[in-house]
Design a protein around this ligand. Sequence first.
Ligand code: FES
Ligand code: FES
Length: 151
Amino acid sequence: MRVGLEVDGKARTADDVEVGESLLFLLRERLGLPGSKNACEQGECGSCTVYLDDEAVCACLVAAGQADGRRVVTVAGLSGDDGLHPVQQAFLDAGAVQCGFCTPGLVVAVHDLLRRTPDPGDAEIREALAGNLCRCTGYEKIFDAVRAAAR
Ligand code: FES
Ligand code: FES
């Protein structure tokens, strides 16, 4: 099937998309957009988190066909002409990135948290990021980044 969607502000089309193929596969393998990471492909790690029509979702759990006619924003789409988004910058400044595999999904999840809760407490941060696993950082610097981005 043909799938047409908007990704990070650009119209994109992919042909011969298989039934059951994920949005994550479509983004990475068909459209060549590697920003969203594939760590588990089972909805367990959050590394593939993107916005689908303003809702943060795990792209590995969304069928590519479901994205037809819809708007996707990946971590790459959060930055603008004037540079990195404050959440992206906060991750850099806080040193909240080690291997970086979890980072794209975390940045989108933190962006989503802060637009809903601009000044979250630690419990709210913990709950919001519960679906995003990081095996490297111990989370403390990620929390620092969230607090800095919220300022
Ligand atoms: S790759 Fe989608 S949740 Fe892990
Ligand atoms: S920085 Fe490596 S998984 Fe988070």
